[in-house]
Design a protein around this ligand. Structure first.
Ligand code: NAD
Length: 313
């Protein structure tokens, strides 16, 4: 029979594309419940989905930051039966920590970390009873590796990785799979806009050197990296489909082979020195050439590292 898939954050970007990719599956294997905070934003998804809306695709409102909304949403699913939960909703946060209030940081954690926890708590008991299910979480390379000026976003994704790594063990006992997907940069419409906005912003209370490192060193190399090695939401949707269709889904799934050497550094040197110094050199000594350096790293590392990536095709 059809598998019921519930996805969070489907009004744009990766979530929208996953919903469309699964709902248009040729063998019609999925009944997709695409959820979003505000159903007024449904047009882009419906346009992309075409005639599968009302057939393999339905919509429900869901705000992952609200206990009540999460409960209501899952209660309105037939028999509360969800085979595959895809936690995609997330928010970014970029900039010098001195300029970010604790309230703003909590908002990021409430979405990226507690949002996933809320969903898992609501869906897991039924999956446990049925002794089946698959929970997928849209993490990030930044869930495994800290990235300068993305301190709080990175922390929220690390928190989720830690939570899920712990949960995966007991869930396996109930025949429930848990998979993290760790994309590198992905082109979504917000990315360039966010970077442009951030470049224009003033940062009162932040010292001049920090602002310079952020705006003149970090931002150009970050934009360069997005342009040189960004994947598309389609790529990530295809990877996600592969993960849920695998007979033995892996726990971690990096999608961009340029990042496997980077992530390997931290496991190669448990003191952390290798990671910190490599990132320091990449940022402050290679700066605008960062993506070339990363490509060289990729070429120099053995192909077995690269093969550990999940590829879209
Ligand atoms: P996006 O902004 O297009 O999508 C995020 C979606 O989550 C939006 O539709 C937004 O409305 C929704 N959302 C935010 N708060 C919500 C809430 N409280 N309840 C329900 N929905 C909410 O960006 P995206 O790139 O498609 O991001 C999707 C996921 O992929 C995020 O978890 C993000 O951290 C992760 N990710 C993105 C990138 C990238 O470079 N774009 C890289 C790695 C991981």
């Amino acid at each position: 029979g059809q598998k019921v898939v519930l996805i969070t954050g489907c009004s744009s970007g990766i979530g929208l594309r996953i919903a469309v990719t699964l709902a248009t599956d040729e063998k019609k294997r999925y009944h997709v419940i695409a959820t979003m905070r505000d159903l007024k934003k449904k047009d882009k998804l419906l346009e992309a989905a075409g005639d599968v809306y009302g057939k393999t695709l339905m919509l429900l409102p869901l705000d992952v930051c609200s206990d009540e909304s999460v409960r209501q949403c899952i209660n309105s699913v037939k028999d509360r039966h969800i085979d595959i939960l895809i936690n995609n909703a997330g928010v970014g946060l970029l900039g010098p920590v001195e300029s970010i209030s604790i309230e703003e940081m909590k908002r990021v954690f409430d979405t990226n970390f507690f949002g996933v926890v809320r969903m898992i708590k609501e869906v897991m008991p039924d999956m446990k009873k049925r002794r089946s299910g698959h929970i997928v979480v849209m993490s990030s390379v930044m869930g495994l590796q800290g990235v300068v000026f993305n301190d709080v976003y990175t922390a929220s994704k690390f928190a989720m990785e830690g939570f899920c790594e712990s949960m995966a063990v007991q869930l396996l006992k109930f025949n429930i799979r848990l998979s993290m997907i760790e994309p590198g940069p992905v082109h979504t419409e917000f990315e360039t806009k966010m970077m442009e906005e951030v470049a224009k912003m003033e940062y009162p209370g932040v010292d001049a050197d920090t602002i310079r490192y952020f705006k003149d060193v970090y931002l150009p190399s970050s934009i360069d990296i997005f342009e040189a090695m960004g994947q598309t939401p389609e790529d990530i949707a295809k990877c996600t489909k592969k993960v849920i269709e695998s007979d033995s889904p892996r726990f971690r799934n990096l999608t961009n082979s340029l990042y496997t050497p980077i992530v390997a550094l931290k496991y190669a040197d448990e003191t952390g020195g290798l990671s910190v110094n490599t990132f320091y050199n990449l940022l402050f000594n290679f700066g605008p050439l960062m993506h070339i350096t990363m490509n060289i790293l990729k070429c120099l590392t053995c192909s077995c590292l690269r093969r550990r990536t999940i590829s879209p095709d």
